[in-house]
Design a protein around this ligand. Structure first.
Ligand code: GLC
Length: 447
């Protein structure tokens, strides 16, 4: 049976499933015995990383020639479509419904603060004007437009910070296999264009180094040119689905958790503060897959967003525009529904930081500007709940509360909750959702 999204998340949740297997447990145990416990101070985040953490929630956009086939962004590789045949998709790529402003407007209404567009994906086709570096780009397709420029303009108009996904692996460029150094020159020149032609950008998100794990990718040179032209840009390089949360090159600003729940990062003794970001598909594909019905609901997205913020990680949620470049209706509506939840819960979601306050099961606390917020799950028992987790209305005890509490109130309706404080344990009596409401995760402000 095909795994469901929830099975996948469970398997990927910080290797939790592996931990159950004898061999993996022994390996983990041995690693624990030999690896020194992290120690030392937690470094202060550089301003670009601090800004990134406060953006909290972003839109990932996977769009390219593959979108015309509607079977995911790996279709060329999975179906072994010969390059000569696949590259003809350039001649039917019109981008007739692509509108940077419309997409950025959806992100804004979704409560997303940044958007990461696939400027070039593994297929090798660029949505930007490569200015002579390649014949395989949007300006040389029937679209005849620089779509990255339109995306940037739309983002600026809607107050969304634009970022670029850029593949490092390339199924089109002949030098990728045969003449890797020449390929790297091409790749770096491509990235330099993105850093110099579009004004200030929020960051670059690379993906594909895992395809040649032992190659010399000349990361120093690539990241050096980004720092030179875009000193405030985040540098991210996806470590891939099997190496979530790993720390790579010293210039990398954030770890990635591809399709997996981020685990807390122990930053003690790290040479610099690194943020974390979980990216996730809304169904089971990044590029549009018209026969994939396995979609998340607003409830799933709210819970996943909270799970990310619980450990201080960002959440980068994917949309897969259609062949012509429009965001599919279901995706738009679902995002906007979550955006309504965020209108109520924005302050703790964007500004909240982990502060050592832990609740039962999925429940947790965050500190935003000195105010403590408690996130209470499963007030109506059921969805996503793990065995033994607290559920239903009633008392929930949060540990690690080192402040004197005078009131606890729900953010959604201002109702004051009964509470009891004993040393650092705060027990709050969670009330049920008032008839006519269900905000999935209920948040209380503590003062
Ligand atoms: C993977 C896939 C890719 C997708 C990316 C997003 O690395 O190769 O298709 O773009 O994950 O995280």
């Amino acid at each position: 049976m095909k795994p469901t999204r929830r099975d996948m998340l469970k398997t990927l949740a910080g290797g939790a499933a592996l931990a159950g297997c004898g061999h993996a447990r022994r390996v983990a145990q041995a690693a624990k015995e030999t690896a020194p416990e992290p120690s030392g101070p937690i470094p202060k985040p550089e301003p670009r990383i601090e800004r990134f953490e406060r953006l909290a929630y972003g839109m990932f956009i996977h769009w390219g020639l593959y979108s015309q086939l509607g079977r995911g962004e790996w279709v060329m590789n999975q179906e072994k479509i010969p390059l000569d045949e696949y590259k003809r998709l350039r001649d039917t790529f019109t981008a007739s419904e692509f509108n940077g402003r419309t997409i950025a407007g959806i992100a804004r209404r979704a409560g997303q603060k940044y958007a990461t567009l696939t400027a070039r994906h593994h297929e090798g086709f660029s949505l930007y004007d490569t200015r002579g570096l390649s014949d395989y780009d949007a300006v040389q397709s029937p679209a005849k437009r620089d779509l990255v420029a339109e995306f940037i303009e739309g983002c600026r108009a809607e107050g969304i910070l634009p970022m670029f996904y850029h593949t490092t692996l390339d199924w089109y460029h002949p030098d990728f296999g045969a003449n890797f150094d020449a390929y790297l020159d091409y790749l770096h020149a491509s990235v330099e264009l993105l850093c110099t032609q579009y004004g200030e950008i929020g960051g670059l998100w690379f993906d594909g180094n895992w395809s040649k794990a032992d190659a010399d990718w000349k990361e120093d040179r690539l990241y050096g040119l980004i720092r030179k032209h875009q000193p405030n840009a985040m540098i991210i390089n996806n470590t891939g689905i099997h190496k979530m949360g790993q720390v790579g090159h010293p210039e990398i600003d954030s770890t990635t958790f591809e399709q997996g729940r981020p685990t807390p990062m122990d930053r003690r003794g790290m040479p610099k503060y690194i943020s974390a970001e979980m990216c996730q598909t809304m169904n089971m594909h990044w590029g549009i897959a018209t026969n994939d019905y396995n979609y998340m609901s607003p409830q799933d997205i709210i819970e996943n967003l909270c799970a990310c913020r619980k450990v201080g990680a960002n959440y980068l949620l994917n949309v897969g525009p259609t062949a012509a470049g429009a965001i599919p209706d279901y995706e738009r509506a679902t995002l906007e529904r979550v955006g309504q939840w965020l209108e109520l819960h924005g302050e703790p979601i964007y500004n909240g930081k982990p502060c050592g306050v832990a609740g039962p099961g999925a429940d947790f606390g965050l500190d935003a500007g000195g105010t403590l917020y408690l996130f209470v799950h499963h007030i109506r028992p059921g969805h996503g709940q793990q065995p033994g987790e607290a559920a239903g209305p009633g008392p929930r005890t949060f540990e690690g509360v080192d402040r004197t509490v005078s009131s606890v109130t729900w953010l959604d309706n201002g109702e004051a909750l009964k509470f009891e404080q004993k040393a650092q344990a705060l027990t709050v009596t969670a009330t049920g959702f008032p008839y006519g409401t269900n905000t999935v995760v209920r948040v209380a402000r503590v003062s």
